[in-house]
Design a protein around this ligand. Structure first.
Ligand SMILES: NC(=O)c1ccc[n+]([C@@H]2O[C@H](COP(=O)([O-])OP(=O)(O)OC[C@H]3O[C@@H](n4cnc5c(N)ncnc54)[C@H](OP(=O)(O)O)[C@@H]3O)[C@@H](O)[C@H]2O)c1
Length: 245
């Protein structure tokens, strides 16, 4: 595997769960990490733990201006951007018949448009420097739809389809931009917190408690993808608990 020493990596959704774990592991392996989320106290604490190789900005993925400010911060503090982990996402859950329209729209804004804003902000840099790496968090639900989470499944299928086409375009254009879609199964994070209390929520929580992975497992997948040599593109990584069907 290649070396990630001094690679500058932007991470959205860094205030908890997968993003936080990835930030810690990537920094431990020599990367400089630029942390994004809305909860400032969490980012400040995490950056303090990592030390000089971390910068952070309170930023909302639904704002293209915020994502551009994040890229400017990375360049001001560390001189360049080598990779972005577009990971922020929400999963409020619920059947379509419940008509939780504001939740549907929030999922589209964060899980779909948020990823597009992140890519739009960083892509000019990658094109200009003839290289870069875009890593996106889809989900096992981005490969196979399940009931009870229709819009979430749709958003996670979107990022898979979009980044797969982007990968082919990048090859055809010779832009040397690498892409990775990560499809986690159940991981114990704060993701379930936004699901409204219900019998289904309790069942899902029990399943995650019983079989869910710890976030460092997905952080390892991110590290694997970013530490490959330049001629290797790890395009898709599905990482599930061994007890998840
Ligand atoms: N945990 C799992 O089992 C699992 C499985 C498959 C896929 N995933 C995906 O993994 C990703 C990370 O989720 P997680 O499991 O680590 O859950 P989490 O602990 O709830 O983390 C979600 C992160 O997204 C950030 N976020 C949410 N809305 C945002 C916004 N508008 N702007 C900026 N940041 C925002 C949150 O930060 P703030 O609230 O501070 O902004 C938080 O850092 C998500 O895309 C999720 O869909 C998770």
């Amino acid at each position: 595997m290649g070396n990630i020493d001094n690679k500058v990596i932007i991470i959205t959704g860094a205030s908890s769960g997968l993003g936080e774990a990835a930030a810690k592991l990537l920094a431990e392996n020599g990367a400089k990490v630029v942390l994004s989320a809305r909860r400032e106290d969490r980012l400040e604490k995490l950056a303090g733990e990592i030390g000089g190789n971390a910068a952070w900005l309170r930023s909302d993925v639904t704002s293209l201006d915020d994502m551009r400010a994040l890229v400017r911060l990375a360049k001001d503090r560390f001189g360049r951007v080598d990779a972005v982990f577009a990971n922020a996402g929400i999963m409020p859950g619920g059947n379509m018949s419940e008509l939780k329209v504001p939740d549907w729209m929030d999922m589209v804004d964060i899980n779909v448009k948020g990823v597009l804003n992140t890519i739009a902000a960083v892509l000019p840099e990658f094109i200009a420097q003839k290289g870069g790496h875009i890593i996106v968090t889809s989900s096992a639900a981005g490969l196979r739809s399940v009931p009870g989470n229709a819009v979430y499944c749709g958003t996670k299928h979107f990022v898979k389809a979009m980044l797969d086409s982007f990968r082919m375009e990048a090859v055809a254009e010779g832009s040397n931009i690498h892409t990775t879609v990560i499809y986690p199964g159940a991981v114990k994070t704060e993701l379930l917190n936004s699901i409204a209390p219900s019998e289904t929520k309790s069942m899902v929580e029990k399943f995650y408690e019983d079989v869910g992975l710890t976030p460092d497992v997905i952080a390892n997948a991110v590290l694997y993808a970013v530490s490959q040599p330049d001629n290797v593109n790890v395009s898709d990584l599905v990482v599930r608990p061994s007890r998840e069907a």
